[in-house]
Design a protein around this ligand. Structure first.
Ligand code: DAH
Length: 348
């Protein structure tokens, strides 16, 4: 090829290349055009190779044409790249834009289950009276659930509590606790008086499910052991927590009763929070709502945990939380509390 032909070839490549670069609509297409017109397979490359066979003064002509073509293409390429990059950035900014004028999504906040709420309110009331919160295992030993609480083997009170036994250890040695009272024994074993604790928790009995019974339910236990504790302290404490939870107009009532681990024992009730004692359907027209059992800790129980009953006395009480929740919230069947239906739970 002559020098003039080579120079024209370089100019033609610059023209075609510029057109291809300007036509590139994406960065990928631009890269492709760069490879084709500025890379190793570009006609400019061939021109550069061919320059060796051109002589003398003509070489400069070809060389100038080559340099001009290269710099024209490089300038076009740089300019196009900048435009495409700006377009891409602008597009991304539109795509990712956050529309702050959109209305917020509906925000549904959950809340505590009514049993959890009353459980915590009870804890708060007792903590306010100086009590600590204690816990015990749900799978319990016969010793804690019965024996140490003065229920000897074969005692009829065991049958009353329809125990669920667990096949572990000796037969009837391990069971699902039937009440929270075993926590009394565990606490007294682990610490010396003065003791002021409440122990809320889940308990289990072989009860058939009906409107007011469930094989799994919740109780809260209270225990105070100190020098000079009397029955008067028990009655005053029960009255104080009833007033704290339901207000000063609600009365406490005590009736004599029997529990193997307290002597004397009482059953306690509060005047009905709905009819204030005059009688309604909630309290079965009695004016009273039964809460639970209580009494002075039996000296035998104190001896079982190595506390000297001559030096210390104590009181204990226990009652069901679920039943109280049913009454307060008008839940007719216990199963409603636990079958996990959000339409039910959402009402509280
Ligand atoms: N544990 C008893 C029950 O479940 C309730 C009870 C009675 C607890 C008397 C006590 C108590 O602490 O002193 O039936």
């Amino acid at each position: 090829m002559t020098a003039a032909e080579l120079a024209r070839r370089a100019e033609a490549t610059a023209r075609d290349g510029r057109a291809a670069i300007e036509a590139a609509s994406t960065l990928d297409e631009l890269d492709e055009a760069e490879r084709q017109f500025l890379g190793k397979s570009s006609p400019l490359h061939d021109v550069r190779e061919a320059i060796k066979s051109v002589d003398g003064a003509d070489r400069a002509t070809v060389g100038k044409a080559l340099a001009a073509a290269r710099s024209a293409l490089e300038a076009a390429h740089a300019e196009r790249r900048e435009t495409l990059e700006q377009d891409a950035a602008a597009e991304a900014a539109t795509r990712d834009r956050l529309d702050l004028t959109l209305p917020p999504r509906e925000y549904r906040r959950g809340h505590l289950h009514p049993v959890t709420r009353i459980w915590r309110e009870l804890e708060d009331v007792f903590v306010g009276m100086g009590y600590k919160v204690a816990e015990g295992p749900e799978v319990e030993l016969d010793w804690y659930n019965f024996e140490a609480l003065n229920f000897p083997p074969g005692h009829p009170a065991r049958a009353m509590q329809d125990t669920l036994y667990v096949r572990l250890g000796d037969s009837e040695e391990v069971l699902l606790r039937t009440h929270t009272s075993p926590v009394q024994v565990r606490v007294m074993e682990a610490q010396r008086p003065p003791i002021y604790v409440v122990a809320p928790g889940r308990v289990f009995r072989r009860d058939t499910l009906d409107a007011r019974h469930s094989p799994v339910f919740h109780q809260i236990e209270g225990l105070a052991v100190d020098r000079g504790i009397t029955l008067g302290d028990l009655l005053g404490t029960v009255e104080a927590f009833i007033h704290a939870l339901f207000g000063p107009d609600i009365q406490a009532r005590f009736l004599p009763s029997f529990f193997p681990f307290t002597e004397p024992s009482v059953e306690f009730a509060m005047s009905c929070v709905f009819c204030r004692g005059s009688g309604c359907t909630v309290c079965s027209r009695t004016g009273w709502i039964e809460l639970g059992g209580a009494g002075m800790v039996d000296p035998e129980v104190l001896k079982n945990v190595g506390i000297d009953p001559e030096e210390y006395t104590g009181f204990a009480f226990g009652f069901g939380i679920d039943r109280l929740v049913q009454l307060l919230y008008g839940v007719d069947h216990v199963k409603n509390l636990w079958d996990g239906d959000a339409r039910f739970a959402g009402q509280f």
